[in-house]
Design a protein. Structure first.
Length: 283
C-alpha cells in the first residue's frame, strides 16, 4: 500500500518531494501522464478522463490515497471523481480509497482560514484590499476556482489570475533558465499592468511553476510573499491522516516513479531541482 501522487508531468514532483520529507516512512508511487501533458489547454471532459485513468493506475499500483498534484486536474476533475467515481472504485478494489486535491490547502494557506469558514457578509466597510495574484494554466484560470473560493472566505482579498499558456510545457521539456526567465518576467509584468501594481501575495497555481519558483521570486518585488503549494499540501495531508486512520499507507519507505511517456532519465532541469538524477519506469 502507498500514497499515490499524480500529475500531468514532472511538476507534481515538487509536492511529492515535500510529502516524502513529511512522511519518510510511508511508501509512495508517483505517476506522470507525460504522454498527454500538459493539461492546461485541454477541454474539461478530456481532463476528467485522463485524471480518472491516472488515479485508476495508481490504485492498481497499491495507492490508498491519491493526491492530485496538479492544479488543473484538481480544479476541473476532482469533484467529479470524488462524487461519482471514487465510491465505485472503493467497491471494486474492496478497500478504503480516496482522491484529494491541492487547491483546498492552497486556499487555506492564502486566506489563513479553514475550508469550512465563510465570510460574514454583514456589509461592514472594508478598510483595505489586499491583492493576490495567481499564476496558473489557462484551464485553471477559466475555472475561476481561486477567485470564487477565496472571495467566499475573505472579502478583503482581491484575486487576479494570470494564465501562463505554454510555461508548464517549457518546464516539462527542460527549457533553459534563460528562456524560462523571459517567459516568467513577461507574465509577472502582464499581471502588474492589468492590476495597476504588483500583487501583495502570489500563488504559484501550477506545480510545474514551483520548479522555477526562484524566477518568480526574482521577477516580483522584494517583500511580495509567495505561497508555496508543497508545504501547504503537506500540512493539510498531515491533518487529514490524523483524522483518517483507515488508510494503509505502507511503511517501507518505497519510492516508485512511473510515466505514461518515455521511461528513463528525466531532464537536467528536473535533476537540478530534485538534487539527483531521477529515472522513471513505464506506467
Amino acid at each position: 500500500m502507498a500514497i499515490g501522487v499524480f500529475d500531468s508531468g514532472v511538476g507534481g514532483l515538487t509536492v511529492h518531494r515535500e510529502l516524502t520529507r513529511r512522511f519518510p516512512e510511508r511508501d509512495f508511487v508517483y505517476l506522470a501522464d507525460q504522454a498527454n501533458a500538459p493539461y492546461g489547454g485541454r477541454g474539461g471532459e478530456d481532463i476528467v478522463e485522463l485524471t480518472r485513468a491516472g488515479c485508476e493506475r495508481l490504485f492498481q499500483a497499491g495507492a490508498s490515497v491519491v493526491v492530485l498534484a496538479c492544479n488543473t486536474a484538481s480544479a476541473i476533475a476532482l469533484r467529479r471523481l470524488q462524487q461519482t467515481w471514487a465510491p465505485q472504485a472503493r467497491e471494486r478494489f474492496g478497500r478504503p480509497l480516496n482522491v484529494l486535491g491541492i487547491i483546498v490547502p492552497t486556499i487555506e494557506a492564502a486566506t489563513g482560514l479553514p475550508w469550512t469558514y465563510e465570510a460574514d457578509r454583514s456589509g461592514e466597510k472594508i478598510e483595505a484590499i489586499e491583492i493576490t495574484g495567481v499564476f496558473c494554466t489557462a484551464a485553471t484560470a477559466m475555472s475561476r476556482v481561486y477567485e470564487i473560493e477565496i472571495d467566499k472566505r475573505r472579502e478583503d482579498l482581491a484575486v487576479f489570475s494570470e494564465p501562463c499558456p505554454g510555461l508548464a510545457g517549457l518546464i516539462e521539456l527542460g527549457a533553459s533558465a534563460e528562456e524560462l526567465k523571459v517567459v516568467v518576467n513577461e507574465h509577472v509584468d502582464a499581471l502588474r499592468r492589468r492590476i495597476g501594481r504588483h500583487p501583495d501575495k502570489a500563488i504559484l497555481g501550477c506545480t510545474h511553476y514551483e520548479i522555477v519558483a526562484d524566477l518568480f521570486a526574482a521577477a516580483l518585488p522584494q517583500g511580495t510573499s509567495v505561497i508555496h503549494q508543497p508545504s501547504a499540501v503537506a500540512d493539510a495531508l498531515e491533518r487529514y491522516f490524523e483524522r483518517h486512520g483507515e488508510y494503509d499507507l505502507g511503511s517501507s519507505g518505497r519510492r516508485d516513479f512511473l510515466t505514461t511517456g518515455t521511461p528513463g532519465p528525466q531532464s537536467d532541469l528536473v535533476a537540478q531541482f530534485w538534487g539527483a538524477p531521477l529515472t522513471f519506469a513505464a506506467a
